[in-house]
Design a protein. Structure first.
Length: 306
């Protein structure tokens, strides 16, 4: 019978929105900064849009009466109205984005805090640097950061939920710094309770290619390579082949094609690429995948000495 250990976790707290006043109270400095910048952009964008409307009214209400100068002026109002409208829409949208992105992030944090409380877990929040030495947490980057981290135990399995983001800095021609995201995903890290060979499975379906340094690509049998790209440390292929038997490959193919995976000793990391842990579909998918994989992987891990 399929073990539903992870399916017992209460994820009801991840439904719904959040509390605006609590978000402001928790981070008043950041909330004030975002409010000032976002408010200014909304005011500027609104003024530009008002100017655009005024010019459009002038254009439609203008009369040339065969006067060349008047025709030029009316045409100028048309061009000005279009330009102000475009700039106003961009600036106004940027102001809205600043507000929405801030409160969306705060609401996800609130939901993860409630998730931890409902399940008897511990909410850690943000953490700089890689929390594990797994390859997926060590991309070439200037900054690595975990967010909304929750830790606890499910049965005899230690578990961690969270978001991970890695960025690199670059300078443009004007010497201004900019950041580029090289890796971003939601994850659950689970202690199997038994050691398994080191390997990374990069799912084909999610469209994300994991950049694995220091590992070699290996083609497993059957149609498994059409579902996953397999990476292993050099000279460990034999251990991987003893572990990745047809029954193990089948359970990955049946239930894991929406996720990437890394096995590192007793640790299993399940990754939801470009998703956030505080969203119900993401969390539910990770937990369902864990319920299908953990019994099979743990049983297989106890049969070897890797």
């Amino acid at each position: 019978m399929q073990d539903q250990l992870f399916g017992r976790i209460n994820i009801e707290s991840l439904h719904g929105g959040g509390n605006v006043f609590r978000a402001i109270r928790d981070e008043p400095g950041s909330a004030l900064f975002r409010s000032v910048i976002g408010g200014l952009l909304l005011l500027i964008g609104g003024a530009l849009l008002f100017g655009s409307v005024y010019n459009w009214i002038t254009f439609f209400g203008g009369s040339t009466s065969g006067n060349a100068a008047a025709s030029v002026q009316v045409l100028g109002n048309l061009v000005a109205g279009i330009g102000l409208g475009i700039m106003g829409a961009i600036v106004f949208s940027l102001g809205i984005y600043i507000f929405v992105s801030y409160f969306r992030g705060q609401f996800e944090t609130q939901r993860m805090q409630e998730f931890a409380k409902k399940n008897g877990f511990r909410f850690i929040g943000a953490s700089s640097g890689a929390r594990y030495q797994a390859r997926v947490f060590l991309p070439s980057a200037d900054s690595r950061r975990h967010l909304n981290v929750v830790t606890g135990s499910i049965g005899d399995h230690k578990v961690e939920f969270g978001d991970f983001k890695a960025t690199v800095e670059s300078r443009g021609r004007n010497r201004r710094k900019s950041q580029h995201t090289v890796s971003e995903f939601a994850y659950v890290a689970i202690n199997l309770g038994a050691r398994a060979p080191k390997l990374v499975l990069d799912a084909q379906r999610d469209g994300r290619r994991i950049n694995i340094n220091g590992m070699v690509r290996y083609e497993l049998e059957g149609d498994f390579p059409s579902h996953f790209t397999t990476w292993v440390p050099a000279d460990t292929e034999r251990d991987m082949l003893e572990f990745m038997t047809p029954d193990v490959m089948q359970v990955f193919s049946d239930y894991g094609q929406d996720h990437d995976f890394e096995l590192l000793g007793t640790l299993l990391v399940i990754i939801a690429n470009k998703n956030r842990i505080g969203r119900v579909p993401t969390m539910a998918g990770l937990l369902q995948t864990a319920d299908h994989l953990i019994p099979v992987l743990r049983h297989k891990a106890t049969q070897g000495s890797w």
